[in-house]
Design a protein around this ligand. Structure first.
Ligand code: 3QA
Length: 231
């Protein structure tokens, strides 16, 4: 059974994970801290990347190449696009796209560059484990496209545009870059987010109010999943 990476972007997103991690060993690498430890019988490595696509890609790469993780789970918060996603609700990505990637001047669709893909799918087995946990615990779990960009979205217009252009249910700032890394390195990955705000004009205020509680909802769900990962 290989090591499992669990990453977030911000300290608040991994603190509830670290609180339950056992036999913790801290490793400094690449201007970051990686926490090796265990949950029951599973060996895990936990880290927060810092905010945005570049830091997230760096951390995902290090978790895989330096620490030898064979699966990667992301836990964190997101801004809602779909009206049926309320603060504290959970959403899993079936695929991830980069909403700020734009070479449309050359006739390409938004989110596309040559030899890349607009939407990168997540691992079906990990998604099924999530659905099993949701069913057993009677937790509402939405599945949809998550759109990623290096912007904190706090505008109705931008949010509507991202929703329409990518058929996205939620948006955040790291998922798609983690997807690019894991896809290229053939590592099964999974992205879970709990809603902290609705990416509208109240987003900044809501985010500050709900970051901690929503991050905890996501982290606790991830830990339920870790216990059920078999191979
Ligand atoms: C926002 C965090 C970043 O890692 C992406 C939260 C929640 N709501 C969002 C929204 N638009 C885009 N992303 C999100 N995460 C970082 S900015 C706040 C930093 O505070 C998901 C997310 N509406 C630091 C204190 O100064």
């Amino acid at each position: 059974m290989g090591k499992i990476a669990i990453m977030g972007a911000m300290p608040e997103e991994i603190d509830p994970l670290l609180a339950k991690l056992e036999n913790v060993k801290e490793n400094g690498y690449g201007a970051n801290i990686y926490y090796e430890g265990s949950y029951g019988s599973k060996e895990v490595v936990v880290a927060y990347s810092k905010i945005g696509k570049v830091f997230a890609a760096l951390t995902a790469t290090i978790l895989i190449e330096k620490f030898g993780c064979e699966k990667l789970l992301f836990s964190g918060v997101a801004g809602a696009i779909s009206d049926d996603l309320k603060i504290g609700d959970l959403v899993i990505a079936d695929g991830l796209c980069q909403h700020d990637l734009d070479i449309t001047a050359f006739g390409h669709p938004y989110g596309y560059v040559p030899e890349g893909e607009v939407c990168i799918p997540t691992d079906v087995n990990l998604r099924n484990i999530a659905k099993q946990v949701a069913k057993e615990k009677d937790i509402k779990l939405k599945e949809g496209v998550i759109a990623t960009g290096d912007q904190f979205v706090a505008s109705f217009e931008r949010k509507e545009w991202v929703g329409k252009t990518f058929k996205a249910s939620a948006l955040e700032m790291e998922g798609a870059s983690v997807a690019v890394v894991c896809n290229a390195l053939n590592v099964p990955f999974f992205i879970l987010r709990a809603i902290s705000d609705s990416a509208d004009m109240d987003a900044g205020f809501d985010f500050d109010a709900f970051l901690e509680s929503s991050a905890k909802v996501s982290a606790e769900f991830i830990l339920e999943m870790v216990g059920r990962i078999e191979e």
